[in-house]
Design a protein around this ligand. Sequence first.
Ligand code: FMN
Length: 383
Amino acid sequence: MAKLEEAFSIEDLKAIAKEKVPSVMFDYLQGGSEDELTLDWNREAFNKYEFVPRVLRDVTNVDLSTTVQGVDLKIPIINAPTGMARMFHHMGEIAAVRASHKAGAGYTLSTVSTTSIEDVAAAANGPMFFQIYEWHNQEMVKDFIERSRKCNYDGLMLAVDLPTLGKRERDLRNGHGRPAVIRKNTALGALSKPAWLYHFLTQPKWKMANMVNHLPHGAEAMKVIDNVNAQFRADVDWKDAQEMMGQWKGKFVLKGIQSVEDAVRAAEIGASGIVLSNHGGRQLDGAPAPLDLLPETVQAVGSDIEVMMDGGIMRGSDIIKALALGAKAVLIGKAYLYGLAAGGEAGVTRSYEILVDEMERVMRLIGCTSIEELNASHVRKRS
Ligand SMILES: Cc1cc2nc3c(=O)[nH]c(=O)nc-3n(C[C@H](O)[C@H](O)[C@H](O)COP(=O)(O)O)c2cc1C
């Protein structure tokens, strides 16, 4: 099995991750919905652009720092919210938040995390956002808001792309939603992943850590998955988003915007940011790639709202293209999760090392030395 330092790309980390975690978990990590068209489009979108390199410039020093949602970042990346991180590595969210902040990125904690709002805040050393849903249990949602405030999270990120769960067929086949089936499939898969199995058996059970005071069985993940899935509301509307924004009062980002019209609407209601996102191809199959929406969105909303994007980022060059097309920052999901599954905190650190090295290299090769300087003249659509 290759070592972390022998991983030179995120794809290399993905290959190590595949060897380390049972296939049920790996499928949950890498898969998309239905025919996985959107999953592929997210990647393909980056290949439609080429750089316009400028030469004979002093590119000795490259500065990747930026400011987004009022926080300073050393690199223009925020860790995307991803649920159930301990499924991929026993240190889960703690490993991820430590490595992200060490790299100078921001971090977003998912509502459905296996580590609590408080424990992540205690391990943090940089900007933190909390990803929230409008759920049926409003007491629980209020509790999340108050706890995020108390723990000094820098902003709330309301996920708006989940009125119902996407049809993820890999997960259905593996038995998600059917604990007995998933237990059997995981057990079979785990036999060939002894290190993962050892930690699974010796570490505390996975919990929906933010919900221990709200759900039965100490919020043990396998036992409460149906309770959690039943929380998703199909009737959430713009008024609900506005009300939550009013309760929170701080930086408020809508994650999962998928049209220019909704981006404009988000600016109109006074949200401080949006993330153009299709949930990494896990929700609506046939949803557009965020990168394809980016130029038109940025043009439509101007400086009224900060536009971020995620989906398909596997290379530093992808990030530079997104920023050149107007994103203030990007979020990465799978690119850091492959690192997490490959080697915990050291693995996520390796994800960041790879992306930073690639970003700096690209910046030098296109003749650009700061994010501020980067603009649409640095890229063009391939003919
Ligand atoms: C395993 C996994 C779990 C995720 N869980 C959540 C979640 O709990 N909340 C959320 O808003 N988005 C979730 N997402 C979506 C990510 O926040 C992000 O939008 C997506 O991963 C970006 O695409 P990428 O993986 O291609 O970078 C998840 C994504 C993955 C891969």
